[in-house]
Design a protein around this ligand. Structure first.
Ligand code: NDP
Length: 324
């Protein structure tokens, strides 16, 4: 029988964790024929709740789930891990300064990066979901010098999926008709969802909508969708975030011709090397590749530069705080 793949989920007792774990155990993360073991990492006060989730996972009798552990020790959680989904993070509370937010997350993602470095399997792949995701991924990566840098990624797939859904609704087409959607930059309000390379029925999407809609409705709707969902549901967009995490890892492992993911920049498209920034990417043989050769017009350039500038500022801030 195939050796199970070990998947570690941090913040496992949280809302996203609850929407994520059952789908991993059912085979949606890696494939319907891949057995998994789950490791649930939580802070000590949430271990009991994570144990409750583990009881429910047991009760599903998932054929592919070959084991579950619950722990508050990152060295245990990441021991032999093949996939790490870093969901638990310190959310921004009212009035919290950015420096304090980065400091608190540095205290989480630095030690987790080191624990991954020291304990994970050679093929470890890391997806950071907890915000500020791109910079948390950078912090973890910088504490894991023995792990290839490109194994640290951050999630912009939810933004990508939101962009697909908004455009499909506008043009009244199924989402499957839309190709080559791209989110650039930071998973934040500055992100840039790009319709100048997206195609619908072979036509450039930006040419099928008017510029006012693109600029004043589409871009802000995608960027602010999380807040709109909190406003409507009274709770955050946990299920769609979990769904996007599944999509990201599935495509990373199984391959895709085009999606969006935040991966370490090699300098492509003028994004400073090393920043973990969202790009149009393909995945081949289990590796992300930035799709090359796209022409970037002035409208897109300005927006890519703005979101990348924010990533540079976050990187400078965590450097100044000594977090990387
Ligand atoms: P959620 O599970 O709802 O969210 C977890 C993180 O995901 C947050 O940082 C959140 O950032 C981020 N996120 C990214 N995209 C989305 C999205 N679309 N919708 C919602 N969140 C998104 O948080 P909970 O508070 O329910 O659970 C967090 C859990 O993490 C708790 O159980 C806590 O104990 C645990 N934790 C564990 C740590 C560890 O294992 N060492 C460390 C820290 C916390 P944002 O809030 O900015 O949207």
């Amino acid at each position: 029988a195939q050796t199970p793949v070990k998947v570690t989920v941090t913040g496992a007792a949280g809302q996203i964790g609850y929407a994520l774990l059952f789908r991993i155990a059912s085979g949606q993360l890696l494939g319907a024929d891949v057995p998994v073991t789950l490791s649930l990492l939580e802070i000590p006060q949430a271990v009991k709740a994570a144990e409750g989730t583990a009881m429910e996972l047991d009760d599903c009798a998932f054929p592919l789930l070959s084991g579950i552990e619950v722990t508050d020790d990152p060295n245990v959680a990441f021991n032999g891990a093949n996939v790490a989904l870093l969901v638990g993070a310190r959310p921004r509370s009212k009035g919290m300064e950015r420096g304090d937010l980065l400091q608190a997350n540095g205290g989480i993602f630095g030690p987790q990066g080191k624990a991954i470095n020291d304990n994970a399997a050679d093929d470890i792949r890391v997806l950071v979901v907890g915000n500020p995701a791109n910079t948390n991924a950078l912090i973890a990566q910088q504490h894991a010098p023995d792990v290839p840098a490109e194994r640290f990624t951050a999630m912009t797939r939810l933004d990508h999926n939101r962009a697909l859904s908004q455009l499909a609704a506008k043009l009244q087409v199924p989402v499957t008709e839309i190709k080559k959607m791209t989110i650039w930059g930071n998973h934040s309000a500055t992100q840039y969802p790009d319709l100048f390379h997206a195609e619908v029925g072979g036509k450039i999407a930006a040419e099928l909508v008017d510029e006012t809609w693109l600029r004043d409705t589409f871009i802000p709707t995608v960027a602010k969708r999380g807040a709109a969902i909190i406003e409507a549901r009274g709770a955050s967009s946990a299920a769609s975030a979990a769904n996007a995490a599944i999509d990201h890892v599935f495509d990373w492992v199984n391959g895709t011709a085009w999606t969006s993911a935040a991966i370490p920049s090699d300098g492509s498209y003028g994004v400073p090397e090393g920043l973990i920034s969202s790009f149009p990417v393909a995945s081949r043989d289990g590796k992300w590749e930035i799709i090359q050769g796209l022409e970037i017009d002035a409208f897109s350039r300005e927006r890519i530069d703005a979101t990348v500038r924010e990533l540079e500022e976050e990187r400078s801030a965590v450097r100044e705080l000594g977090l990387i």
